[in-house]
Design a protein around this ligand. Structure first.
Ligand code: GZL
Ligand code: ZN
Length: 326
């Protein structure tokens, strides 16, 4: 299937155009007077990170009443069973459409089949699932593997020639970003002298990153670790606290490469405590709303819709930090 990689603006424009166009058809979202609201159930992962907060805000802004939606929001506290139960609740309530940011990739076949049997279209945003793509209408998000490759290639360029001991803070076990960022990073450092001496999940949270990094520091000492690869900024920020508590200097004694580029991560980058960040754009709300509207209006949609990412050195972060949307 064709993956359409579009710069955010172009894709936004295209979808916004169609959304406006569809509003005039008077049978879906859009304030074309008299239309009742389109009811959308949104099953969010939880509130595990700064990225997630920005994503939730973007989704709530896009699925607003002004835009013709009634949003039923559920945050599953990073619990896959609770998230599936929330989707079942949406089905029993007979919503018009369901949007899911799936915590983990597996275990979705049954409930997606139930939504399909109930005639309720599903749009995935952010993370992906291993279920057949016949079981959902469309997905919009970021290329996690590419984010991992970009981070790995940076590490290879900066440390690949000398023996480098690396520890990894993995994202939520079983989640698409954790799986794909690990795979991409390993591709990026292939053939270099970077050695992964330990790797453990911090569940994408600051506390998780701090606790796991404390364990790594007890095991190897500040001098026994040269590089930290964190699958997201929140875990990197927790690790920074642990490194400083152990008397180390983050960004110096232990270099740090991370993913997300949320504000606090970018501030740590500007402050020299992180060395490189690969962005993962959380502002998916408008694209997701455009896809829901398109699907409900029977318009063709791409199965996969990628938003563009970028990356930042400390110097680049200093230039942009005050003008970023999140
Ligand atoms: C990535 C997203 C991840 C972020 C984390 O698109 O699913 O989940 O990288 C968030 O910060 O918790
Ligand atoms: Zn419409």
């Amino acid at each position: 299937m064709k993956n359409r990689i579009l710069a955010g603006a172009a894709l936004l424009g295209a979808l916004a155009l169609v959304a406006t166009g569809c509003a005039s058809s008077g049978n879906g979202a859009g304030g074309d007077g008299g239309d009742e609201l389109v009811t959308v159930g949104f099953a969010q992962t939880g509130s595990e990170s700064g990225w997630r907060s920005a994503n939730t805000e973007s989704m709530k802004e896009a699925f607003s009443e002004d835009n013709g939606f009634e949003l039923i929001f559920n945050a599953a506290d990073n619990d896959p069973a609770a998230q599936i139960a929330a989707v079942r609740d949406f089905i029993s309530r007979g919503v018009d459409a369901i949007v899911i940011a799936p915590i983990v990739e597996d275990g979705w076949d049954d409930v997606l089949q139930e939504a399909s049997d109930a005639g309720i279209p599903v749009v995935l945003e952010d993370r992906t699932v291993t279920s057949s793509d016949d079981l959902y209408a469309s997905w919009v998000g970021l290329d996690f593997k590419k984010e991992g490759v970009t981070a790995g290639e940076w590490a290879a360029e900066n440390f690949g020639d000398t023996p480098t001991k690396m520890v990894v803070l993995e994202g939520t076990t079983g989640s698409a970003p954790a799986n794909d960022r690990a795979e991409g990073f390993d591709e990026g450092i292939e053939g270099t002298a970077i050695e992964t001496i330990d790797s453990q999940t911090g569940d994408f949270t600051r506390d998780g990153g701090k606790t796991v990094m404390e364990g790594f520091l007890q095991k190897y000492g500040v001098d026994g670790i040269d590089l930290l690869y964190a699958h997201n900024d929140d875990m990197a920020l927790g690790a920074i606290e642990a490194i400083e508590a152990a008397g180390g200097v983050p960004g110096e004694d232990i270099k740090i490469v991370s993913i997300d580029a949320v504000h606090d991560g970018m501030q740590a980058l500007v402050d020299g405590k992180i060395n490189f960040i690969v962005e993962c754009n959380p502002l998916l709300g408008e694209l997701a709303a455009g896809l829901v509207t398109d699907v409900l209006d029977g318009n063709d949609v791409e199965k996969e819709n990628y938003l563009e990412d970028q990356s930042f050195t400390q110097e680049q972060a200093a230039e942009v930090i005050d003008s970023r949307a999140y």
